[in-house]
Design a protein around this ligand. Structure first.
Ligand SMILES: NC(=O)c1ccc[n+]([C@@H]2O[C@H](COP(=O)([O-])OP(=O)(O)OC[C@H]3O[C@@H](n4cnc5c(N)ncnc54)[C@H](O)[C@@H]3O)[C@@H](O)[C@H]2O)c1
Length: 315
């Protein structure tokens, strides 16, 4: 992949993985990130291609686009920890909705911008027991999903207004190295690597579609390659769901040790979906993409990487 790609949120968990993958494919990456959740060292770009800017600062966003003139833009900057968004709805709307409007307007006024990818989420779907495809009715349960559904609508309006090719990726649950938010898998990791073999967790039965960030990055690159015209929405998941218990079992297998689970009432969510599973046939049919990372392979790598870090910290 040739040309300049600007990635908002490129110092974050998924953004850093996709930047590295697109750079391997030959793209020149620029990162725009305010480092509120991301870390500078995760963005795999030199300082002159790192732009520390808050997407709420419209003028600053415009200045970056003016200087960079990207051909492709991947918009991943957002706040997305669901409990935080529920507690801070105005801030979530300000960053996720108004920030997205700023980024899209900058794309519209940037000569040479031919393709935009907007990160959305499986949280735009209502509760459903089977796999959901992209035609499934939307109906977010929380503030975060509501802000992301608004982003999707702005992306569609942006395409109609500008004719620029637009892809919306509905990400399911990502896992992999460099997680920035206190989600389930890093929580389990942290408790195990602090030496505990009794995990304190919330609801144990909900199932989620966990996709490794390497597989997610490959899916995004494949979509950028194929969707050079029009407006498209794709689920990006693995198409397999695991309960919290099954994730813990994967850690047990990789550690080779028994793990006990204690339910911590403080962590139990009052409103919880039992299933969140992607139908990824549209992604597979268009691109030929197949996931390569199983939950066990992902967990195994995480334990090795984090063990080293942990050993370094204590030793
Ligand atoms: N992690 C998941 O499982 C998941 C699932 C569904 C959707 N998503 C979406 O994928 C995208 C990336 O998520 P992630 O997991 O990498 O999260 P992340 O928090 O690691 O990445 C988001 C990045 O955006 C930056 N950012 C936040 N507010 C900003 C602002 N106002 N201005 C500029 N930069 C800002 C953060 O510093 C961070 O580097 C987000 O849009 C998120 O909503 C993630």
């Amino acid at each position: 992949m040739k040309g300049k790609v600007l990635v908002t949120g490129g110092a974050g968990f998924i953004g850093s993985a996709v930047c590295a993958h697109l750079a391997e494919l030959g793209a020149t990456i620029h990162v725009l990130d305010d480092l509120s959740f991301g870390r500078r060292e995760l963005a795999p770009v030199p300082d002159d291609r790192f732009h520390q800017v808050d997407i709420r600062d419209r003028a600053a966003v415009m200045r970056v686009f003016d200087a960079v003139r990207p051909e492709r833009v991947l918009h991943l900057a957002a706040i997305h920890f669901i409990p935080y968004c529920n507690e801070h709805p105005a801030e979530a709307a300000e960053i996720n909705i108004n920030g997205t409007i700023n980024v899209l307007d900058a794309c519209a006024s940037s000569p040479g911008c031919v393709q935009v990818f907007v990160a959305s989420t499986a949280a735009v779907y209502p509760i459903h027991d089977g796999a959901v495809n992209e035609d499934h009715v939307t109906g977010p349960l929380d503030i975060y999903g509501t802000t992301k559904l608004a982003c999707e609508r702005f992306a569609s309006e942006f395409h109609l207004r500008t004719g620029i090719a637009t892809i919306v990726g509905r990400f399911f649950n990502a896992f992999g190295p460099n997680e920035t938010n206190p989600h389930l898998i890093p929580e389990i990791q942290q408790q195990l690597l602090s030496g505990s073999r009794t995990l304190r967790l919330g609801n144990l039965d909900p199932k989620r579609d966990f996709i490794h960030t390497h597989d997610m990055s490959r899916a995004m690159a494949a979509l950028l390659e194929k969707c050079v015209r029009g407006h498209h929405i794709f689920n990006i998941g693995r198409g397999v769901e695991y309960s919290v218990r099954e994730v813990v079992e994967a850690f047990e297998r990789q550690l080779g040790e028994r793990i006990t689970i204690e339910v911590d009432p403080k962590r139990v969510r009052k409103v919880e979906r039992m299933h969140l599973l992607a139908d990824v046939s549209a992604l597979k049919e268009l691109t030929g993409w197949e996931p390569q990372w199983s939950i066990d392979e992902g967990v195994s790598t995480l334990l090795q990487e984090r063990s080293t870090t942990f050993d370094e910290r204590v030793g």
